[in-house]
Design a protein around this ligand. Structure first.
Ligand SMILES: Nc1ncnc2c1ncn2[C@@H]1O[C@H](COP(=O)(O)OP(=O)(O)O)[C@@H](O)[C@H]1O
Ligand SMILES: O=P(O)(O)OC[C@H](O)CO
Length: 496
C-alpha cells in the first residue's frame, strides 16, 4: 500500500504534544502523545520550556510514523495546530529561547495591561484587533520579555531575536531555521494584528514599543509554509491554525452561525460569523476563524481560562483524585443538586467577564461536604462557564442554538456533558472523533497539498452520543442564579 497517502497533523496543546496520522479518507490511523512540564515559578506565572515542547513534538511525530509503519514519502502534507497566545522569543543565531515560553494563562503582565487601559486604548484595540486588553494575549508578554530579560531589547532592535507563538517556534525548527512565519488565526491573538486590514498594526507596535523586526510573516491558514525533512524525505507544511480555530474547522463549522465548544485545559466556544468581523457587545472576542482559498472567515469567541485545568488541580494540586475520569463517578454518586460551587478563576476570569483580578473560590461548604461535592462542583463549573458564554453569544448573534457540538479531552466526561445539556436546556452532541483540533489541522494541510478540496470536507461526522436536557425552568434558574452570585463574589478579589 505504498501508494496510500497520509496527512500528518501536529497538535501542540497546553498540556501535551500530539501527532496524528490521517489517511486519504479522513480517518485517524495513528496517534502518539506526550505530556510535558507545567512550570509555575510564582503566583500567577505559568511557563513552558520551548525546547521541551519542541522535543516532545518531534518525539511523537517520529513515533506515530514508526508505529504506523508507513514510509515518509507517503506523507503528502503536514499541518500544525497549537495552543494560542503562548509567547516565545528566541535568538536566530543560536536557535535558543531567551526565556521560557510565557503561557496564555500567565497573568504577570496585568500591570502593563492596566497602564494600557488607563491610556484609553481599549476602543482602539477592540476595533483593530477584535480583542480586549488582557494579560491573556501575546502583546504584553512580548513587552515583558523584552524589558525583563537582560540585553533582550538591544538584541531585538539589532534584529537578532525572533518572536513567535508556538506554531512559529515549531515551524522555524521544522524548516531547519529557514521560515519565520505564522498564520492569520494565530496572529489575530497577539493584540498587535489588524484583523480588518490583515497586517501588523503600526500604532500598537509603537505604543507597546515592540520592534517590527521580531515579528513573523503572516499567511493564510492554508499556505505553502515550508518543508520538513523526515529521514531524507521532504514533506510540505501546508496548514497552520490556532487550536480553537482548527477545532471549528475540524467540526466543519463552515456556515455562518455554526459553533463548537472545546473542553481542554480551558474551554473555548467559537461561532462562525462569516466574511465580515462582528464585534461583540457582550464580552466576546472577534477573531479570524480561517483563511482558505483566498478568503478570510471570522468568528466570535468566548474564552474560558480554566476548564480541564480545574480537574488537573483536583488531581495534582489537592490530590483528591488519581485520574480525571474518577470525577464522573464521584459526581454521579450525589443524585441531589449540588449546594457547593467552585469558581475556578485561577488565572482571573476570561469571557464574558474579563477580570484579571478575580481569583478562585469555593462556596456553600457545610460540615457534610466531601470530595464528591468538590469534584461535582468543579465539573459543573465548566458547564456554568459555558452557559455564560452561550448566553453572550446568543445576545450578540441573535441566534439561539438548538444543540451544542463539543470536543476536547474533558468532553469524555458523561456527567459533565449531561449536566451541560440540563443547564443549557439544549442537546449536547458528542462526535465519535473528538480530535477535532488535529482534524482541523489535517484538513487544512490536506487542502494545502492538494490531497483534498475545501468542498470535500463535509459536515457529516458520526455522533458518539447526544445528551438531552431534562431540568425544568425553575430548577435551571435556581442553580444558575447561585453561580452568578458566586461569580460576583470572586470579582476584583486581588485588587480590593
Ligand atoms: N474524563 C475526564 N473528565 C474531566 N476532565 C478530563 C477528562 N479527561 C481529560 N480531562 C481534562 O481535559 C484536559 C485535557 O484535554 P486536551 O483536549 O488534551 O487539552 P489541551 O489541548 O488543553 O492540552 C485536561 O485538563 C484534563 O484534566
Ligand atoms: O491547549 P488548549 O487546547 O487548552 O487551547 C489553549 C488555547 O488555544 C488558548 O487560547
Amino acid at each position: 500500500m505504498q501508494d496510500q497517502k497520509y496527512i500528518l497533523a501536529l497538535d501542540q496543546g497546553t498540556t501535551s504534544s500530539r501527532a496524528l496520522l490521517v489517511n486519504a479518507s479522513g480517518e485517524i490511523i495513528g496517534m502518539a502523545q506526550k505530556e510535558f512540564k507545567q512550570i509555575f515559578p510564582q503566583t500567577g506565572w505559568v511557563e513552558h520550556d520551548p525546547l521541551e515542547i519542541l522535543d516532545s513534538q518531534l518525539m511523537v511525530l517520529e513515533k506515530v510514523v514508526r508505529q504506523a509503519g508507513i514510509a515518509p514519502e507517503q506523507i503528502a502534507g503536514l499541518g500544525i495546530t497549537n495552543q494560542r497566545e503562548t509567547t516565545v522569543i528566541w535568538n536566530k543565531h543560536t536557535g535558543k529561547p531567551i526565556y521560557n515560553a510565557l503561557v496564555w494563562q500567565d497573568t504577570r503582565t496585568t500591570d502593563i495591561c492596566e497602564a494600557l487601559i488607563e491610556k484609553g486604548l481599549e476602543a482602539y484595540v477592540k476595533k483593530t484587533t477584535g480583542l480586549v486588553i488582557d494579560a491573556y494575549f501575546s502583546g504584553t508578554k512580548i513587552l515583558w520579555l523584552l524589558d525583563h530579560i537582560p540585553g533582550a531589547r538591544e538584541q531585538a532592535e539589532a534584529g537578532e531575536l525572533l518572536f513567535g507563538t508556538i506554531d512559529s517556534w515549531l515551524l522555524w525548527h521544522l524548516t531547519d531555521r529557514q521560515v519565520h512565519a505564522t498564520d492569520m488565526t494565530n496572529a489575530s491573538r497577539t493584540l498587535l494584528y489588524d484583523i480588518n486590514q490583515l497586517c501588523w498594526d503600526e500604532y500598537l507596535l509603537e505604543t507597546l514599543n515592540i520592534p517590527a523586526a521580531i515579528l513573523p510573516q503572516v499567511h493564510p491558514s492554508v499556505h505553502p509554509f515550508g518543508h520538513f525533512k523526515l529521514q531524507g524525505h521532504t514533506i510540505p507544511i501546508t496548514g497552520i491554525a490556532g487550536d480553537q480555530q482548527a477545532a471549528l474547522f475540524g467540526q466543519a463549522c463552515f456556515k455562518k452561525g455554526m459553533a463548537k465548544n472545546t473542553y481542554g485545559t480551558g474551554c473555548f466556544m467559537l461561532m462562525n460569523t462569516g466574511k465580515k468581523p462582528q464585534f461583540s457587545t457582550n464580552g466576546l472576542l472577534t477573531t479570524i476563524a480561517y483563511g482558505v482559498d483566498g478568503k478570510v472567515t471570522y468568528a466570535l469567541e468566548g474564552s474560558v481560562f480554566v476548564a480541564g485545568a480545574a480537574i488537573q488541580w483536583l488531581r495534582d494540586g489537592l490530590e483528591l483524585i488519581q485520574s480525571a475520569e474518577e470525577t464522573h463517578a464521584l459526581a454521579a454518586s450525589l443524585p441531589e443538586d449540588n449546594p457547593v460551587y467552585v469558581v475556578p478563576a485561577f488565572a482571573g476570569l476570561g469571557a464574558p467577564y474579563w477580570d484579571m483580578y478575580a481569583r478562585g473560590a469555593i462556596f456553600g461548604l457545610t460540615r457534610d461536604t466531601g470530595k464528591a461535592h468538590l469534584a461535582k462542583a468543579t465539573l459543573e463549573s465548566l458547564a456554568y462557564q459555558t452557559k455564560d458564554i452561550l448566553m453572550a453569544m446568543s445576545e450578540d448573534s441573535g441566534i439561539k442554538p438548538k444543540k451544542l457540538r463539543v470536543d476536547g479531552g474533558a468532553c469524555a466526561n458523561d456527567y459533565l456533558m449531561q449536566f451541560q445539556a440540563h443547564i443549557l436546556n439544549i442537546v449536547v452532541e458528542r462526535p465519535k472523533v473528538v480530535e477535532s483540533t488535529a482534524m482541523g489541522a489535517a484538513y487544512m494541510a490536506g487542502i494545502g497539498c492538494g490531497l483534498w478540496q475545501f468542498s470535500d470536507i463535509k459536515d457529516n461526522q458520526p455522533l458518539d452520543r447526544s445528551f438531552l436536557p431534562g431540568y425544568d425552568k425553575e430548577r435551571r434558574k435556581k442553580l444558575y442564579k447561585k453561580w452568578k452570585n458566586a461569580i460576583k463574589r470572586t470579582k476584583k478579589w486581588e485588587k480590593d
